[in-house]
Design a binder for this molecule. Sequence first.
Ligand SMILES: [Zn+2]
Length: 191
Amino acid sequence: MSDTPDPPTVTPDVRSWITRFFDAIGWTEQIADDIAQGQENAAAEAAFDAIADIRANQRITDSRGGRGTVSITEVNGQTYVGVNSTNFTEEDRALAQSWENALEIPAGPAGRFARQVLYHAEAHTLMQIHRDSGGQMPAEMTIYVDRIACSACQNTLPDLVRVMGIETLTVRLDDGRIATVTRDGFFGDWQ
Ligand SMILES: [Zn+2]
């Protein structure tokens, strides 16, 4: 990686995440280059270096004050960082709520399990990309996540990718394990 580039011009609603983490953006160029060259392991290494960079600059907590989850990817030349909802901005919360409606998740306790997906790092990444792209999601995409998907995400991410129009979402962990999410289900190589 060479010098860290200037932060890109971004819309105000994504600026908070980009500028807080813009140290990671130089790594994102590396990720994009590696993916273009079919160097998936190198791309993953760059992605998890970027996550380490983020963690060095910002404490990411979970709901109990422990270590939260971070997800990162690059789409359309833009870095997207996802975190769990303890770290959400007000805009992030509004975004998640709009997807509760889009997924027709029942209000109250009946929707508690399904709802969780929208407040976790994986979906947080996808929701931001969907917003910024005007709903033009890549048919195939990879996100890098530093924790194994919880049962709620394994259950409900397939619905989210279906509604978003993603055909294949690859979730890659820092230990090399991979999950493939399609509208038909969540298929982890650890299952
Ligand atoms: Zn989850």
